[in-house]
Ligand binder design. Structure first.
Ligand SMILES: Nc1ncnc2c1ncn2[C@@H]1O[C@H](COP(=O)(O)OP(=O)(O)OP(=O)(O)O)[C@@H](O)[C@H]1O
Ligand SMILES: [Mg+2]
Length: 190
């Protein structure tokens, strides 16, 4: 008899991103994105301040923007995954951009349902080389976290699409250059 973990393993694949856990249900052709809410890190940070062992002043720690680099600040630890989910959904709803993998539903950012895409199998350097033909290098590397990782892209209907587009910076680049990439990027399946 199969155990519940075995049964689940046959039906879904789980990815752990920086801010979200993604459950891919292959038979449904969908993925479910859940935000990571770092309560333990939050607790440790608060404890650090209370004990006087943390270096960053409390006020700064509260005012760090959600987009700050590294895991700094209360808002980023708690809300970044929720906001990424919500912005991804809103961007899809309003823009309906062909380059963005469709997000069908969001429950206030606590869970998103997105169309599953096929993983992009391509040499990393070839991938970056092609992207640089359509997006100016300076712009591309201004959002290196999203645009230099092949894992943030997928193939859908034979076209390259971006599946991680919750950040404002990423959305601006999609607005400016997304259609050019969508129309011209050559997806080669090895
Ligand atoms: N629509 C999708 N179809 C297939 N796989 C997906 C999809 N969305 C996400 N994934 C997988 O889950 C991983 C994490 O998703 P995503 O990049 O959206 O989360 P994140 O927390 O924002 O990640 P990052 O670490 O890039 O900040 C992706 O790298 C990809 O492998
Ligand atoms: Mg990602």
């Amino acid at each position: 008899m199969r155990t519940i973990p075995q049964w689940l393993a046959e039906r879904c694949v789980i990815y752990v991103g920086t801010n979200r856990v993604v459950v891919e249900i292959i038979s449904l052709g969908l993925v479910f994105k859940f935000p990571i809410i770092r309560l333990i890190a939050l607790y440790r940070s608060v404890l650090g301040f209370v004990r006087g062992t943390a270096f960053v002043p409390f006020s700064r720690w509260f005012s760090y923007p959600m987009e700050s680099e590294g895991f700094l600040g209360f808002r980023r630890l708690v809300f970044k995954g929720v906001m990424d989910n919500w912005r991804e959904y809103w961007f899809c709803l309003v823009e309906r951009h062909s380059f963005a993998q469709p997000t069908y539903f969001s429950f206030f950012g606590l869970v998103n349902i997105q169309l599953r895409g096929e993983p992009l199998v391509m040499d990393q350097w070839e991938f970056r080389g092609q992207l640089q033909k359509f997006i100016e290098e300076r712009v591309l590397y201004s959002d290196a976290h999203h645009f230099t990782s092949i894992n943030n892209f997928c193939i859908s209907d034979g076209k390259l699409r971006i599946l991680d587009y919750g950040s404002r910076k990423t959305q601006n680049i999609i607005r400016e250059r997304g259609m050019c990439v969508y129309q011209n990027f050559q997806v080669r399946v090895n």
